[in-house]
Design a protein around this ligand. Structure first.
Ligand code: AMP
Length: 430
């Protein structure tokens, strides 16, 4: 199988690493990829994974590449090309591609769409309203005592959610998003949700249009600093499983979300092939969906794919073909922990081009994989080229050992200004 993978982050390195292990994969390109992806070799024939100099949003360029190179399967990592309709564009040309089409990608691309869908189809979620003008939005926030999450409707690089704890904050957030358009057109409409308290977890389900196969739990760490302080980031670390639900509870939570979701998709003619990733708050009154994403999480993918035992190329094919019902997902019971090493200043502005040392030493550690995110090659050196630089991932017999192994690997790696959280997985270990 000749595969084109789209994206350049830690998630894509994990996808490339796992796809490269498949005996079916005979050629793998990644557009645009990163320095770590370019170091992977295919298990089937030893061929290197090849970088392609095309951006993830160059839809027509990617389509031409897939056509000209007889690509059998294109795998889409990030959300933007999905929201732009890459799956529809490829399908028009009869090109096989994995990910939700534009209509299905609305679960992530539009919070107004998702909130309406959840309410209409009985998916447990926060009390919420959708607004296009300040006075009505402010009145609704007041009905919640100002304790709310103000969310821009559209994609806003993960920054379009403002958490408010009183009316002054709520009015300011509504002003910012709706009136001052801090997130541009993404904020033409907003969703305001009641503020939910509880433990937040990530769920992932692989879907084939009819069936949704639930993954084990994971937990992300969104804030930049220890103790969930500092600014929101793309994610500073993750681990799986997150031991806040028993297997039976997870199955019940999954069913309470996925069964009405599948029925709703059928009723609305949404043919979802891909990953549905609900962010869920475990509240005292039950689990509630905060939002849906329509792709693999980053850094959840790094911990999931170091546990997944199935052949990923086969799973993604089954997700396209609608044959997941016949497939059993198999997971290594060893917990996995990913610690993200970031550039100084991230999630604000940061310098690039800092040489990274210690990668070879880390690569020799057992049950450890260093996934690259923002890295590039400069001569014979690997240097930083993004905010999140590496996702240092390790797995072991229990979560504590996996956490210790991940941090031991982090200790071997150096670059100027590197920062990382020291409390990844600590909520589960307390
Ligand atoms: P979202 O992109 O909608 O998941 O929001 C980003 C983050 O904001 C989530 O991961 C939560 O930590 C937080 N958040 C979103 N909605 C709520 C809510 N209704 N109550 C509490 N926290 C929330």
């Amino acid at each position: 199988m000749r595969i084109l993978l789209i994206g350049s982050g830690g998630r894509e390195h994990a996808l490339a690493w796992k796809l490269a292990q498949s005996p079916r994969v005979t050629q793998l390109w990644c557009a645009p990829g990163n320095a770590g992806i370019a170091q992977e070799r295919l298990a089937s024939n030893g061929a290197p994974v090849q970088g392609v100099n095309l951006g993830a949003e160059d839809l027509t360029g990617l389509r031409s590449f897939a056509r000209d190179n007889q690509v059998d399967l294109t795998v889409v990592g990030p959300d933007n090309p999905l929201a732009l309709g890459i799956v529809d564009l490829f399908a028009q040309d009869g090109l096989r591609i994995w990910g939700p089409n534009q209509k299905a990608a609305q679960f992530e691309a539009s919070k107004v769409f998702s909130q309406r869908f959840m309410e209409q189809h009985g998916i447990p979620t926060a009390r919420a309203g959708t607004f296009a003008d300040f006075p009505a939005a402010s009145r609704f926030a007041a009905s919640l005592g100002g304790r709310c999450a103000v969310k821009a409707d559209g994609l806003a690089l993960g920054k379009g959610v403002l958490i408010c704890r009183d009316m002054a904050q709520a009015d300011q957030a509504i002003q910012e998003v709706l009136v001052k358009k801090a997130f541009g057109g993404a904020g033409a409409h907003i969703v305001i949700q009641e503020l939910l308290e509880g433990m937040e977890i990530s769920l992932h389900a692989l879907c084939d249009g009819k069936t949704a196969k639930l993954f084990p739990t994971a937990q992300d760490h969104k804030r930049a600093l220890d103790g969930d302080l500092g600014l929101n980031t793309g994610g500073m670390g993750a681990y799986s499983p997150a031991p806040f639900l028993t297997e039976a509870e997870l199955a019940a939570v999954g069913a309470s979300i996925l069964e009405p979701w599948l029925r709703g998709c059928a009723a609305e003619g949404i043919d979802f092939h891909g990953i549905l990733y609900p962010g869920v708050m475990l509240t005292p009154t039950g689990p509630k969906v905060l939002e849906f994403n329509a792709r693999f999480g980053d850094p959840e993918t790094q911990v999931y794919l170091t546990r997944l035992e199935n052949d990923l190329a086969e799973l993604l094919s089954a997700s396209i073909d609608g044959t997941l019902g016949k497939t059993e997902l198999r997971w290594n019971p060893m917990p996995s922990v990913c610690v993200v090493m970031a550039s100084a200043g991230y999630p604000g502005s940061y310098a690039k081009g800092k040489p990274i040392s210690g990668l070879d030493e880390a690569a020799r550690l057992p049950n450890t994989k260093v996934f690259h995110a923002g890295t590039a090659r400069a001569g014979d050196q690997i240097v930083t080229s993004g905010g999140r630089v590496l996702g240092v991932t390790a797995w072991a017999k229990d979560l504590r050992s996996a956490r210790d192994a991940a941090y031991a690997a982090v200790e071997t790696i150096r670059f100027e200004g590197a920062h990382y959280r020291r409390d990844i997985a600590s909520k589960a270990l307390q």
